[in-house]
Design a protein around this ligand. Sequence first.
Ligand code: NAD
Length: 282
Amino acid sequence: AGRSFLVGLIGAGVGPSLTPPMHEREAAQAGRRLLYRTIDITDLGLPPESVGDLVQAARHLGFDGLNITHPCKQLVLPALDGLSPEAAAIGAVNTVVFDGGAAVGHNTDWSGFAGSLRRGLPDAARDRVVLLGAGGAGAAVAHALMTCGVRELVIADLSVERAATLAERLQARFPEARCRPADTARPERLLADADGLVHATPVGMAHHPGVPVPPELLRPPLWVADVVYRPLRTELLHHAEQRGCATLDGGGMAVFQAGDAFELITGLTPDRDRMLTHFTQL
Ligand code: NAD
């Protein structure tokens, strides 16, 4: 039957996460035992900086791997022995694999979004894409967009400095394409010749309701992708659909990041379509 697996998720408020049942169910489907435990720093009364100690503890306790989430994705870096090239470029880790004695960091947020985009909007034009949000998710999504062949990426964020820093890093890593911060805060100018809009700010989450751009600016052939996945159908996607735009919800990214992490940690190949179906039932 093969050996069993022990996996954990470190972050704040991770109790309701859907990642544990996704991993456990997928392992069971493969006839293997996998136990996935949440390690909630809020419940434990620990500061985000304790992530390094928790990673060491998990290693000593025989965990096979970990997922790392908000607010620890960057704080975990000093605790690791190595990084995948993508995690190093993005500067954030959401998956740790204990390989022999070493803790190696990966980022499957970017590959998860790339997988979701390839599956959900395979024919979407990618000459010019606008990314809203240059935080943790934005950095991973930006890397995915450049890897998926976007020719020009324009990054907007309430923090002009954060957008500029991310654009500069990407430009250095993808010299054949263009990557720049938005030179205007006016959404109508920003979206004027865009093929696609990718939303990666918290706007639209259950406790953060709203639409990040005026709905009247959403019109075909613009496609619209949201990384927010609670709710799955955000106000932004609702308006975009109503106005006839092709859309992509954040569920695909959530499922594919889990699938990619599952594969890295267990070495088993997950059935990603099955995981997607399972996710919609959770
Ligand atoms: P973050 O705090 O790291 O970054 C958010 C960024 O958005 C910040 O830079 C902030 O300045 C900017 N911002 C906020 N409001 C804005 C506005 N109105 N206009 C422009 N910029 C604005 O947060 P994060 O970790 O990047 O998470 C963002 C969202 O992505 C959350 O809703 C999270 O749930 C979601 N997420 C989804 C997945 C997935 O798998 N689908 C993965 C990670 C994060």
